[in-house]
Design a protein around this ligand. Structure first.
Ligand SMILES: [Zn+2]
Length: 449
């Protein structure tokens, strides 16, 4: 049941702050964070010493961008391996943190372990609350969080933020999809929180059960995070139409423990950055120079308030495009990431000279509503690279139509990506299903993969 989203500000003082004042607030918080890390975090103290970074020489944000080295996922992994089990980044005694999280480790790297103190947790939940309220969540909303509540940070922050706003929250932990669908109907759920992949899974299972969630549920908002799906137009359309609800994209990371940017109620296609808490840069991934507004680059992020584990200039590998705040008509002075996370640099592959991200293939395949699931591989056959797209159609789609879609996917890939793939229809329910962090692309050309 789609109704107009209410407009409002969770923290108007920050969200409407003139840009100059916002930059000064960022600088003040950054200086305090650097001082704190120098005094308390062995990892950053030794990094600053190694690179000759003197705190007194950082008097502007640009000084910081220019002189402070980036931290990569590999650096955190190495520190953890050399100083097990938690590395040397911790800035408080080990008994102080009250929350532990680990990254999902799906990129083939070991999990990065992260701690939060009570203050970190309050700050993190408040960043989520800012984002959720600004999307349109209000105290009378009834929320379902469809997430496993494991050590992956996922929607933990969202759970506390919904409570902070005053919503009734239904955690659904290990519940299966059918039970969740029944709860959506029985409890009058108005906000569903999950990954884009899982939102689609819910729609498929509901379809099999003959339940039309667009007509029968009270869902008005779908809050998605954890995957770039919400930025992929065909995926977004399936979710919005399937639930007849507004889709909000929320981006954060385990390492920064909080909500970096999110969709506001004016739905301009961009995600406002919580700039008072996160200092973000968009840089060329090769030379780390800023790319400016309107251009693709890698997001580098610095959480400005962080007690347990400070982090500076974290090179995320996420592909984003920065835009000025006035692209959105909500009045916020906070800049935007247009379309959210557009992919990851470490997911990029080259097949016969063509640069691809899994999102480009998803955009094409999901534009056929008959497709239930798909999986893509890059392989070598007879010494040549090939791209193989395998897909399943929904139960009620006949084989003739499936073959027609097969030809269409082939043609559309050739036209849009300049590459002729092999495309194959697979039996129903034979491809992997995902609830969290979907990986629908595998490069099989390298034996180590
Ligand atoms: Zn806005």
């Amino acid at each position: 049941m789609k109704t107009e989203l209410p407009h409002g500000y969770w923290n108007p003082k920050i969200e409407l702050m003139p840009k100059g004042q916002l930059k000064r607030l960022q600088l003040r918080r950054l200086e305090a964070a650097l001082r704190y890390a120098w005094e308390s975090s062995p990892y950053y103290r030794s990094l600053m010493k190694k690179h000759g970074v003197a705190l007194e020489t950082i008097t502007t944000l640009e000084d910081f961008f220019r002189s402070f080295p980036v931290t990569r996922r590999e650096d955190l992994n190495r520190d953890q391996l050399e100083n097990p089990p938690f590395g040397t980044r911790l800035a408080v005694p080990l008994e102080n943190p009250l929350r532990y999280h680990a990254t999902s480790g799906t990129t083939g790297q070991p999990a990065v372990r992260a701690f939060d103190t009570e203050r970190d947790w309050i700050w993190g939940a408040d960043a989520w609350a800012t984002s959720l309220y600004n999307f349109g969540v209000r105290p009378n909303d009834v929320v379902m969080i469809a997430f496993g509540y494991g050590s992956f940070i996922g929607f933990w922050g969202a759970h506390y933020a919904f409570e902070k706003i005053g919503c009734r929250v239904h955690p659904t932990g290990s519940m299966d999809t059918k039970t969740r669908i029944q709860m959506i109907l029985d409890l009058g759920i108005t906000v569903l929180c999950c990954t884009p992949s899982y939102a689609i899974r819910i729609l498929h299972v509901a379809g099999e059960e003959g339940i039309d969630l667009a007509a029968r549920s009270r869902l008005n908002m779908i809050v998605v995070a954890g995957e770039p799906g919400a930025s992929i137009k065909s995926t977004k359309d399936i979710i919005e139409k399937g639930f007849n609800a507004h889709l909000g994209d929320f981006m954060g990371t385990t390492e920064t423990a909080g909500m970096i940017a999110s969709t506001c109620s004016r739905l301009c296609g961009g995600l406002h950055i919580n700039e008072d808490r996160y200092l973000t840069e968009v840089v060329d991934p090769d030379n780390l120079k800023p790319v400016g507004y309107g251009k693709r680059g890698m997001m580098v992020v610095t959480p400005l308030i962080k007690e347990a584990m400070p982090l500076f200039r974290y090179a995320t590998n996420d592909i984003v495009i920065l835009e000025r705040s006035n692209v959105c008509r909500c009045g916020r002075t906070l800049d935007l990431f247009m379309g959210g996370i557009l992919g990851r640099y470490d997911d990029m592959v080259k097949v016969r000279g063509v640069q691809l991200t899994p999102q480009m293939i998803e955009e094409i395949v999901r534009s056929f509503p008959e497709v239930e699931e798909f999986f893509t591989t890059a392989e070598i056959r007879d010494g040549l690279d090939i791209l193989l797209i395998r897909f399943e159609v929904k139960k009620d789609v006949n084989s003739q139509l499936a073959e027609h879609i097969c030809r269409q996917i082939k043609a559309s890939t050739k036209q849009n990506l300049g590459l002729s793939p092999e495309v194959a229809v697979e039996p129903y329910n034979s491809l992997p299903r995902f609830e969290l962090k979907a990986r629908r692309f595998k490069d099989l050309r390298n034996k180590s993969n």
